[in-house]
Design a binder for this molecule. Structure first.
Ligand SMILES: Cc1cc2nc3c(=O)[nH]c(=O)nc-3n(C[C@H](O)[C@H](O)[C@H](O)COP(=O)(O)OP(=O)(O)OC[C@H]3O[C@@H](n4cnc5c(N)ncnc54)[C@H](O)[C@@H]3O)c2cc1C
Length: 327
């Protein structure tokens, strides 16, 4: 059996690894202490936050088919939020997500989907791949301590574009295309309150501000009942302030939140901030994955298509169909 290394245990890496099960010996390497990547959940008792992806929608048959058993098992559920659009501090429209296409979330937190997918996979956590180089006919990978992670026939990068560009060999046939994909930053502000706020909605797109999204994260299905707000900065503001002090960013976003919500916000009982250096990417044209058939290297991820959960799945799924005929 061919040996395949998958770098990154986000949705794309896990999807690819599952697709290749039984066809190749697949090893997944993940730098964090858990799987899921940007489908992330932060617990801070008694609060809990999805501080990366907020929800996901379904447009393709392949993704729909993948989700069906997850929904049947209760690992994924609809989030029928009351949704509003806020512009310049005013609510300009509103509707219930009950009445339209599903907005799905993993249960009891966004990271639960990855947890379900890791079953039966060989995943090395807290293992950052720092080098990929030729060793005879195969590729050798090194970790953060320059220790060898073994030899592989194929290496598939499933990490954000900028990180893939820095890690993949310069000889990778698609290196210029990967270098051309620019992912945008985002700050997530997490607020926990001792009492529920009565704002009248659970999810909001925000315009005309440095905040793009506000949600009552605890209103999602299966969450702990302590009231939380999850706030995302705009990508533009994050990129302009990506090296700013966390305290200053948190204070600014809280002030912006109070202004945008036009609500007498009580002091939060819990405040935390997360910086996503590579959060999102706008819709891309062209390939859904990048492959170098001669060198047995490839790169996948949402950034090949668009910064959406479904895009991460599709990039990996389509890559796997191609690889199945090559390994
Ligand atoms: C703030 C925010 C909000 C979002 N909101 C939504 C939303 O509402 N709806 C939606 O559909 N999508 C949303 N997204 C996008 C969605 O989260 C992504 O499209 C999807 O999770 C990407 O999956 P992926 O597997 O391609 O990459 P990732 O999830 O980034 O996975 C990459 C993995 O690789 C690991 N890694 C990186 N470098 C290395 C290395 N050298 N060695 C080993 N491991 C490494 C990382 O730790 C990570 O686990 C949001 C993202 C963010 C950040």
């Amino acid at each position: 059996m061919k040996r395949v290394a998958v770098i990154g245990a986000g949705l794309a890496g896990l999807t690819l690894a599952r697709q290749l099960r039984g066809l190749a010996e697949v090893a997944v390497f993940e730098k964090s202490s858990g799987s899921g990547g940007r489908m992330a959940t932060r617990r801070a008792e008694p609060y809990q936050f999805d501080h990366g992806a907020q929800f996901f929608s379904v447009r393709s048959k392949h993704f729909e088919r993948f989700l069906e058993p997850c929904i049947d098992a209760g690992d994924v559920a609809r989030w029928d939020a009351d949704f509003v659009e806020i512009d310049a501090g005013r609510i300009v429209s509103g509707r219930s997500w009950r009445d339209g296409p599903a907005h799905y979330v993993a249960v009891p937190g966004m990271s639960a989907l990855a947890k379900r997918m890791t079953e039966g996979l060989d995943i090395a956590l807290e293992t950052r791949v720092t080098a990929i180089f030729r060793d005879g006919l195969r590729w050798r990978l090194l970790d953060q301590n320059r220790v060898s992670l073994g030899e592989f026939d194929w290496v598939i990068s499933a990490i954000p574009a900028q990180q893939a560009c820095a890690l993949l060999p310069e000889s990778f046939a698609a290196i210029a295309a990967v270098a051309g994909r620019k992912m945008l930053g985002c700050y997530s502000l997490m607020l926990g309150f001792t009492r529920p706020l009565d704002v009248g909605w659970q999810a909001a797109f925000v315009g005309g501000a440095d905040i793009s999204w506000i949600s009552n994260d605890s209103s999602k299905p299966g969450r702990p009942d302590r009231y939380t707000l999850l706030v995302h900065s705009t990508n533009r503001w994050a990129d302009e302030n990506i090296e700013a002090e966390a305290e200053a960013v948190s204070a600014y976003l809280r002030a912006e939140l109070a202004r945008v919500m036009n609500y007498d916000l009580p002091p939060a009982d819990h405040v935390a901030l997360h910086r996503w250096r590579y959060a999102n990417i706008e819709k891309q044209a062209g390939e859904h994955f990048f492959i170098d058939r001669d060198q047995h290297l490839a790169a996948i991820g949402d950034w090949c298509i668009q910064g959406r959960v479904e895009a991460a799945y599709l990039s990996a799924f389509e890559m796997a169909q191609e690889l199945k005929s090559l390994i």
